[in-house]
Design a protein around this ligand. Structure first.
Ligand code: SF4
Ligand code: SF4
Ligand code: SF4
Length: 170
């Protein structure tokens, strides 16, 4: 990341919800730094977040682009474990690995890691995930770190899968 993108990323809420149109906060920060995206695209940051970006970049303040979504108070996901069928679809969708569970077993959200991004809700086939209000979301630094851990895990699993395929072919 360029130094400017790093400074922009430091102002983003690290929800990793993709509502900005990018697959996470870091790529959105890079797009702003490269003048490929506007500063008003992050609903979790709200008008205040847009104002911080405007101040950093020396631009006039503006309102959040409402077509991206609305600013909401902090909420985290809660799974109704009595309904969960253990399909793991929510785990696959979670950008910060905040859900634990295994195939055909009940799943649970680790509330202290959940950013309330909502990405686990549409894939759930039994609609057993709700968002509940909380006093505050996790520290953005923790969410940034967990998003990085997940990216590293996915890269490691892809490399292991490729190696197994090669072994079978050989
Ligand atoms: S919090 Fe969501 S909308 Fe805001 S920059 Fe991060 S991924 Fe994009
Ligand atoms: S548990 Fe759901 S709402 Fe919470 S971070 Fe993961 S995908 Fe987002
Ligand atoms: S997507 Fe829904 S049913 Fe599937 S494991 Fe997650 S909470 Fe359970």
């Amino acid at each position: 990341m360029s130094p400017l993108a790093t400074r922009i990323d430091a102002l983003l809420p690290q929800t990793q919800c993709a509502k900005c149109g990018y697959e996470g906060c870091r790529p959105y920060a890079e797009a702003i730094a490269n003048a490929e995206a506007d500063i008003d695209q992050c609903p979790p940051g709200g008008d205040e977040g847009v104002a911080k970006l405007a101040a950093l970049l020396g631009r006039p303040a503006k309102r959040l682009d409402a077509t991206r979504g609305e600013f909401l108070p902090p909420r985290v996901a809660l799974i109704d474990e009595s309904q969960c069928i253990g399909c793991v679809k929510c785990i696959q969708a979670c950008p910060v690995d905040a859900i634990v569970g295994a195939s055909k077993l009940m799943h649970t959200v680790i509330a202290g890691w959940c950013t309330g991004c909502e990405l686990c809700i549409p894939p759930c086939p039994v609609d057993c995930i709700a968002l509940v209000p909380v006093p505050a979301l996790p520290d953005p630094d923790l969410s940034r770190q967990r998003h990085g851990f997940r990216a590293a895990r996915l890269a490691r699993e892809a490399a292991e899968h490729a190696a197994r395929m090669l072994e079978r072919e050989g």
